[in-house]
Design a protein around this ligand. Structure first.
Ligand code: PMP
Length: 279
């Protein structure tokens, strides 16, 4: 991972070393902000409309007054300055509530801070990882549907995976699997695909939505119902989804091995191949 050369900050494109915000920015003080990540593949942002719609919906939920339609003009300017027009890259957008003296309540005329950058990124055609994951309790707050910048819970849970040389941490709450520290979680059981419903306990990933659509297209039974932790021994396949993860097969959950060697489940493989055709 490297820093970008150029950053878009509040309407200006600046060298990233010169991009400065106030220490009283509520994004810095409270983590009071949202973000979005999308990838450009062959000159097109993959499901851009859906990513921007999720951002707009999140802004609405937290009452940050910003119209994401503005970004349709601003993103190309940033890409041009960064020499990434039509280049495979990852785009990060962050919108915080803005700057105000530190107190929980905020002035009604506060102006959001908008920061965007892009870095080159070529995703593999198919994510070939056979992921080893650990299980932890989902101790995050109860509004995981909001893609907020305050990711300390996710960072702590992900770090545990890193300490165990694992790819991800899958999470459970109230006896059922929710999602993972930075991806959504799917299981396959008796030929049907299961994933947690899109409620306040998970982020409704754009890749999650795409995979659900693919299941419908391929005639694979898809059930938006959480799998119980107690059901783990009856699972046939499991996989993770996310913008850069794409679809990653899970091989081991703690000490429970689903597959050995380079094998993966037939439904995971079918979905990976169908996903590849969308790009
Ligand atoms: N859940 C969490 C907690 C995430 O951070 C992410 C994004 N990396 C996802 C799910 C997947 O979302 P998307 O497919 O939109 O990248």
């Amino acid at each position: 991972m490297s820093y970008p050369d150029k950053v878009y900050l509040n309407g200006q494109i600046v060298d990233s070393a010169e991009a400065k915000i106030s220490v009283f920015n509520r994004g810095f003080i409270f983590g009071d902000g949202l973000y979005e990540v999308m990838v450009q593949i062959n000159g097109i942002f993959f499901y851009e409309k859906e990513h921007l719609a999720r951002l707009q919906s999140g802004l609405h939920k937290v009452n940050i007054d910003f119209d994401v339609a503005i970004l349709n003009n601003e993103i190309p300017k940033l890409l041009h300055a960064a020499q990434l027009t039509d280049v495979d890259c990852m785009l990060y957008i962050q919108i915080t509530r803005g700057v105000a003296p530190r107190q929980h309540s905020f002035p009604s005329n506060i102006k959001p801070t908008v920061m965007i950058y892009a870095v080159p990124k070529v995703l593999p055609e198919i994510n070939l990882v056979n992921a080893h994951v650990i299980i932890r309790k989902d101790f995050r707050w109860s509004r995981c549907d909001i893609k907020m910048t305050s990711l300390l819970g996710n960072v702590m849970l992900n770090e545990e995976a890193m300490q165990h040389d694992c790819y991800e941490t899958i999470l459970h709450r109230n006896g059922v699997f929710t999602e993972a520290s930075h991806s959504n979680l799917f299981f396959v059981k008796d030929g049907a695909v299961y994933t947690h419903p899109a409620d306040e306990h998970i982020l409704n990933g754009i890749t999650r939505i795409v995979v659900i659509e693919l299941c419908h297209l391929l005639g694979i039974k898809i059930i938006e119902k959480a799998i119980k932790v107690a059901e783990i021994d009856s699972i046939d396949e499991a996989f993770l989804t996310g913008t850069s993860t794409q679809i990653a097969a899970i091989q081991n959950i703690d000490d429970h091995q689903l597959y050995s060697g380079n094998k993966k489940g037939p439904i995971t493989k079918r979905l990976q191949e169908a996903f590849l055709k969308l790009k």
